[in-house]
Each structure stands twice: as C-alpha cells, then as structure tokens.
Ligand binder design. Structure first.
Ligand SMILES: NCCCC[C@H](N)C(=O)NCC(=O)O
Length: 442
C-alpha cells in the first residue's frame, strides 16, 4: 500500500479519467464546427450536451453496482472501450443520429470512470492520503478540460472534424491498453478487508444498505449542492452569459472559464488536506462553500446594471472552489461505507450533482425563452441572451443551493446522531475553535 506501484496504478487510472473528461468536453468546444457539419442549430447541440449529462446521471447506480461486483479494473477498461467506440462514431458521423449515438456511448463510458478511479484509490492507499487522493483525481480531470479548450480547438481548426475526433479516439484506446496492462484492483496481498461487517446478499439489498447510510446521503447532497453550479457554467451557460449577456469578447470569456478551472486545481488539494486533517468538520466546510457560492451569485444577480469585471472574477473563483467542494461528497461515502459497498455508495453520491445539472440546464433555457417572449410582447427590442434574462434565469440556481444547504444540514444532524451512538461526539464549531485557542495560549 502507498508504494511507487500504487502511484503508477493511480496515475494510469487518472489518465483514463483525463481522457474521459477530454471526450466529455470535446463537443462543447466544437459547437460551430458541429452546427456546420450536421446543419443544425447550436441550441439543438447544447441539448445534446444535456442528454449526455442525463445518460451519465442515470448510469451512476448501475455502474456503482457493477463496480462492487467486478472491481475498478474491469469498469475503467470497459468505460475506456465504450468511449473509444463512441468517439470513433462521432469522428465518422456525417449525419446527426450517428453522432448522437456516439455521444450516448461517451456518456455511458464516462459514467464508469470517475467513481471507479475513486474506488481504485481505496484498494492501493491507506491513511489520511486517501482523502487527498480524491481531490487529486478530480484535479487531473481538470487537465482534460484544459486540453479540450486549447489544444483540441487548435487541432480541430488544423485537421478538421474526422481527424481531430479520431485523435481523441486514439487517446481513449491508449488509455484502454494502459489500464489492461497496469491497473489491478489491489496489490498482491489484497486490499484492506472489512470482512467483520455483515452485508446482505444480492445487489439490491446491498444498494439499499449503501443508501441507508446517512454518510452516503450526506455525500449525495454535498455533490448536489456544489457540482451543478460549476457544471452549468462550464458546460453550457457560462459562455453565452459572458459574451451575449455581459458583452465580453470570446477570448475574455475563455479567460474567465480558465479561471474556474485553475482555481479548482489550486483549491482541490487544499480542500483535500483540510478534509484529511479535520474529518469531523467536513460538513461545516461544505456549508461554508455552499453559502459563499449562494452569496456571490446573489450579489452578481442583484447588482444594478452589468456586474463589474472584478465581481465576475470573484464569481468564477467561487465556482472554481465549488467543484472540489463537491468532491468532499465522496469522502463522506468512503468513511461511512465498507469497501465492498463503496462502488454503490459513490454512484449514489455522483448522481447528486449530475441530476441537479441535468435539471437546471434546460430550466435556465426555458426561463430565458419565457422572459424574452414576455419582453418582446411588451414592445422591447431585446435579444434572447440579454443580461436581464440571465439575471432571472440564473436565480433558479439559488433554489438548488438553498435546497442543498438545507439537506446537508439535515443529513449531518442524522449522521452526527449515528456517530454519537458509536461514542463520537461532534461539538459545535465555535466550541472547538475556543478549545483550540485555549490550547495555543496555554
Ligand atoms: N468541474 C468540476 C469538477 C469537480 C469534480 C467533481 N467532484 C466530480 O464529481 N466529478 C465527476 C466526474 O465524472 O467528473
């Protein structure tokens, strides 16, 4: 455990996840080329993006159950295989239906990857480092996001659709071969066992057992609260809001998007250390991040006129912290479930943020449409992506943040009462801080 080989195995798993995120984000940055190739509206293409997120969310529970049955090696390799096939279809597609089928396969393969790499870590590492590894895995995915924004966009402009998407398929195939050669579920002696815990037979009772753990549901609501706001911004609505709503150039918008990604890459490891160092304060950390994001969105949305550039920078930095904040959800699942249920538990957690993203993405589009129609009917000459429309449409996110906050508070109360039964008392944060200050003085 925690050996050079552990790092190699994790590195290959992380590479497979980088490839998955690269596949995931490639259509989003190829919007104009796709609209031209398939002769469809950009709006229809953005709906495709939402469908892929939906497929990803629906697949979480089946994939989690399969992960507990077959282990991460099989799931990561299977995911890479399906994504490679999907990307070949996208590369060769001349008509939209084949491209859609390819994107569905990409959603399925992608769904298997992140939670399997998170599960792989628990087979190869022990101790506080495991809490940090989840953040490192998530950070590596951000590399895939960056690769899609600059190098892939450049490749697409140089060699065209088939060769650039074909190159992504080759990256997927390389990931598949490396996983088959190097990734195993645990070192030769086996992973740490949790054999003393009796688990029911059959996938359904086991899934229910994972769901009934309050820590799993605390993880679900953590992910629900914090992932969607970043996803909605990075994957769909951030670019039109910045360019059409606020009048920034496309280069400036790309710069803002990169700030989200870079802030996440810095915040992730810091949150990883914090969760490993203060495991009993993880939910307080999550609540602070949810509160911060809600506050910043509120200020942006009620700002008279266009929000100033410095405020937009604060917003994208807050969104950058929200992404790694959502990863803390997997740490709740890890510490409250036996290893043999971790696949199912992680699948449940990962569904949270993607269900919220899938719901919010079209709702924002619908609200934009309604606001636009009402204003046009009232005689105003405004565009669909006007800032006043975004101001109202983005307020929908406050409902997700508010619901998420309330549910995290509720689930942590239940989780803490379960801990109390086991003799672990988690006092209020102010009491802990006061004791810490007294300790420093004395
Ligand atoms: N853009 C934010 C990335 C944060 C990672 C996140 N916690 C997560 O759940 N990722 C799942 C995945 O499949 O990427």
């Amino acid at each position: 455990m925690n050996s050079a080989r552990s790092w190699l195995v994790w590195g290959v798993g992380a590479f497979a996840y980088i490839a998955a995120v690269l596949h995931r984000s490639s259509l989003g940055v190829a919007g104009p080329a796709a609209a031209e190739r398939f002769e469809v509206q950009a709006t229809l293409l953005s709906t495709l993006g939402a469908v892929q997120i939906g497929v990803y969310a629906i697949m979480q529970v089946p994939v989690g159950v399969l992960l507990d049955r077959f282990g991460p090696r099989v799931l990561i390799a299977g995911g890479a295989l399906v994504m490679t096939g999907g990307q070949v279809m996208v590369a060769l597609a001349e008509e939209l239906p084949l491209a859609v089928a390819g994107r569905v396969l990409l959603g399925i393969g992608d769904a298997a990857t992140f939670i399997s790499v998170i599960r792989l870590q628990s087979g190869w590492f022990t101790g506080p480092i495991v809490a940090q590894m989840s953040q490192w895995t998530a950070v590596s995915g951000q590399l895939g996001q960056l690769l899609s924004t600059v190098p892939f966009v450049w490749l697409l402009s140089q060699v065209g659709w088939t060769l650039s998407f074909g190159t992504l398929a080759i990256v997927g195939a390389v990931a598949l071969v490396l996983v088959l050669l190097l990734v195993y579920d645990a070192p030769p002696g086996g992973a740490p066992t949790t054999g003393s815990i009796d688990l029911p037979e059959g996938w359904w009772p086991r899934l229910l057992t994972a769901f009934r753990q309050p820590g799993t549901r605390l993880g679900f609501w953590t992910h629900f609260s914090l992932l969607s706001t970043t996803n909605v911004f990075l994957l769909l609505w951030g670019y039109p809001m910045l360019v059409d709503g606020l009048g920034f150039s496309s280069g400036e918008a790309a710069g803002f998007m990169s700030i989200v990604v870079f802030t996440g890459m810095v915040a992730g490891p810091i949150l990883g250390v914090a969760t490993a160092r203060f495991p009993l304060r993880r939910s307080t950390l999550v609540l602070c991040i949810v509160g911060l994001v809600a506050l910043v969105w509120t200020v942006v949305l009620v700002w008279p006129g266009h929000p100033p550039t410095w405020l937009v920078v604060v917003l994208v930095m807050a969104l950058g912290v929200a992404g790694p904040g959502s990863t803390v959800g997997f740490d709740f699942a890890r510490t409250f479930n036996p290893l043999r249920l971790l696949g199912s538990a992680n699948g449940i957690v990962n569904m949270g943020g993607f269900i919220a993203s899938f719901a919010i993405m079209p709702i924002i589009g619908i609200v934009l449409d309604v606001v636009h129609s009402v204003r046009v009917a009232g005689g105003e000459d405004v565009g669909l992506y006007d800032w006043e429309g975004f101001r109202i449409a983005f307020a929908v996110q406050l409902l997700v943040l508010g619901l998420g906050f309330a549910m995290v508070v509720r689930m942590r109360r239940i989780t803490r009462s379960r801990l109390r039964e086991e003799g672990i008392e988690v006092g209020p944060i102010w009491a802990a801080l006061a004791a810490w200050m007294r300790g420093r003085r004395g």
